[in-house]
Ligand binder design. Structure first.
Ligand code: TRP
Ligand code: SF4
Length: 329
């Protein structure tokens, strides 16, 4: 069975953007692939080192989000990054094979640095794509389902792996070159029309939102501002709601755009339709979430068991890598 590795920073609850970007693919592929889900608490530290208690809560938030969308703990391995010593060790070895400039020019690093207002980056933040390469390769993952913002990191990871194999492989492949699996759904914009949906921007619908929260957020979303009365013809191209219909109500998307353009649907009805669709999607998630929230000890056991398994695999990988590098006596 080929292997998947993917995961999330444990900085807080996951939203619909995470779902269409990666979680949906995780659920779909869990029967076909030996799936590993990383709760990236060390990577969370790179931006939230001043709030470690927030990261601690985030571990449970993110684990339950993953379980609630339908990842089966009997099939997938959910583990905590900070418990896997192989990840720390591989990060150090890989750090020799990557230039500071290539990290500084990484577009996702640049965007995030701007978003967090960093001008002088910490060593840990600048280097997190190297650590992410260790996340992916400690278990020799074949496939990494991620949103498109992660492409530069996967590319960097592939370069590191190639470099490693060239240098130390003696003609053999020591570490597998991972491949990104990018979601077909384009990145979701925020409810406020901001190009990014994000926690810090307050414009996200969370997987854990209630029916009322979803309704309220959809109701307040930005539509075609020129459409003042129901009789005005609308332009779905510039409307946030239409983009969400495309992602969550795909069958009716074309129809809705037509009705908007010829003013045969009002924005209130259009929004109600969307809320209904999103709530339909979230309903089964809410049921599973309620179960895990009531059985939090079970969540902890899932993470500990997963981490134990990941550690065994990681330690074997470190042995192979050290041997290839002649780091032994
Ligand atoms: N950087 C990813 C994000 O921000 C999270 C992540 C950490 C990850 N380690 C990973 C994703 C390994 C895929 C593979 O969403
Ligand atoms: Fe947007 Fe729907 Fe209103 Fe058109 S009808 S502007 S798609 S909310």
């Amino acid at each position: 069975m080929k292997r998947i590795l993917t995961g999330d920073r444990t900085t807080g609850k996951l939203h619909l953007g995470h779902y269409v970007g990666s979680l949906q693919n995780r659920v779909k592929l869990q029967d076909e692939y030996d799936t590993f889900i990383i709760l990236a608490d060390i990577q969370a530290l790179t931006t939230h080192f001043e709030q470690p208690e927030l990261i601690n809560k985030g571990i449970y938030d993110v684990a339950i989000d993953n379980l609630s969308v339908g990842l089966d703990p009997n099939k997938v391995t959910i583990f905590l990054q900070s418990k896997i010593s192989a990840i720390a060790e591989l990060t150090v070895f890989y750090s020799m094979l990557v230039s500071v400039n290539s990290l500084r020019h990484n577009p996702t690093i640049k965007t995030e640095a701007k978003q967090y207002g960093y001008d002088d980056l910490s060593y840990g933040f600048l280097g997190y794509p190297v650590s992410q390469t260790a996340d992916i390769t400690f278990c020799n993952a074949d496939l990494v389902p991620v949103g498109e913002d992660q492409i530069p990191h996967i590319e960097l990871g592939r370069k590191i792996v190639r470099r490693f194999n060239d240098l130390y492989g003696n003609g053999r492949v020591i570490i597998k070159e991972p491949q990104a699996l990018i979601s077909e759904t384009p990145r979701l914009i925020g409810m406020d029309g901001n190009s990014k949906m994000g926690k810090s921007l307050g414009n996200a619908i969370y997987l854990s939102d209630t029916v009322e929260e979803v309704n309220k957020k959809v109701k307040s979303a930005v539509t075609d501002k020129n459409r003042i009365s129901v009789k005005d013809k609308g332009n779905p191209e510039i409307c946030t709601i239409s983009k969400y219909h495309k992602a969550f109500n795909h069958e009716e998307y074309n129809n809705i755009c037509e009705m908007c353009k010829n003013a045969s649907i009002g924005c209130v009805a259009c929004k109600n339709d969307l809320s209904k669709k999103i709530n339909q999607l979230l309903e089964p998630f809410r049921e599973r979430r309620a179960y895990y929230e009531e059985n939090i000890k079970e969540v902890r056991d899932i993470i500990l068991t997963g981490s134990q398994k990941a550690n065994m695999i990681g330690n074997e990988t470190v042995d192979v890598i050290k041997k290839a590098m002649s780091i032994h006596i």
